[in-house]
Write a protein that binds this ligand. Structure first.
Ligand code: HEM
Length: 263
């Protein structure tokens, strides 16, 4: 995209004729026309891995499963109850897997667990996490399939063609995010991002249903890291790639230094 600055182009990806949509207009088209012009589509290898998952369902089946998830284990009430549990598991995880390596006695002390209200106060931390996901989106994007022939930006999109939207096509667009390569968590304090521009979790009816749950996991994890440790990267210029999720090429080794009075 950087090379050609094309907002829509055809190519061949994963052995399929594929149209790639870049930018907010493309995201809007794909996110707001589920079951009208497009439906979700994933390569057959993903289908083999996630046979009965929501990811692979379409139409009413998908709506039913999503409603069931959002009303049960991903409902706001369920999320509120998870906070203490996630905090406890994070602390146990750190104690079991990291503590023995760094040999600190302090982290064994029991502290009060986090509550839902504490999570709501972590606005700056969430801005930092959001900026990390803008610069390095964990997911590269997703796919759709054209249900009918339709026209976009003067081009005919044929029925059956596969369509791809990518987080990268808007997250580093300087008209949407000034100084796009600069890490600036405060950009999320100002007015909300332009619709369809900040899309680490996708958008529309197929948006990631795990979004709020993931917010809890990230905030509780960062809280425990900051409370207990200082850290630095052992390989500061380590490369990251997608396989298919963002992953560090060498496992992101870090050096942890426990704070003296961690609880
Ligand atoms: C940082 C973590 C995560 C990121 C960045 C992420 C991102 C995404 C993206 C980009 C999509 C595709 C949306 C689209 O097709 O437009 C997606 C779908 C999905 N995600 Fe996540 N996700 C994360 C964590 C989670 C978690 C924790 C869960 C479960 C609790 C989850 C469950 C799902 C499911 C079931 C779908 C398919 C939804 C559908 O097709 O209707 N994700 N996610």
């Amino acid at each position: 995209m950087e090379k050609y600055d094309s907002r829509v182009f055809k190519t061949c990806l994963l052995g399929e004729d594929m149209i790639v949509f870049c930018g907010t207009a493309g995201h809007k088209l794909l996110f707001s026309n589920e079951n009208k012009l497009v439906r979700t589509w994933w390569p057959s290898s993903v289908g083999k891995l996630f046979k009965t998952c929501l990811l692979m369902k379409a139409g009413d089946d998908a709506k039913r499963m999503r409603r069931m998830m959002m009303m049960s284990f991903l409902s706001p009430n369920a999320l509120m109850k998870y906070v203490e549990r996630i905090d406890m598991i994070t602390q146990q995880h750190i104690a079991t897997y990291w503590e023995e390596q760094i040999g600190i006695a302090e982290s064994k002390e029991q502290g009060e667990l986090l509550k839902w209200e504490d999570i709501q106060k972590m606005k700056y931390t969430w801005n930092v996490a959001s900026e990390v996901m803008r610069l390095s989106p964990p997911a590269i994007g997703a796919f759709r399939e054209a249900l009918v022939d339709f026209t976009y930006s003067g081009y005919t999109i044929p029925k059956g063609w596969k369509l791809h939207w990518s987080t990268g096509s808007t997250h580093k667009d300087e008209t949407l995010f000034p100084n796009p390569e600069t890490f600036d968590a405060s950009r999320f304090e100002r007015e909300g991002a332009t619709p369809y521009s900040y899309v680490p979790f996708g958008g529309g009816p197929r948006m990631c249903p795990g979004y709020e749950f993931e917010r809890l996991l990230i905030l509780v994890f960062i809280h425990n890291m900051i409370k207990r440790f200082k850290w630095d990267l052992l390989i500061p210029d380590e490369k990251f790639g997608y396989d298919p999720m963002l992953s560090p090429s060498q496992g992101l080794p870090i050096r942890l230094q426990p704070h003296q009075c961690s609880t």
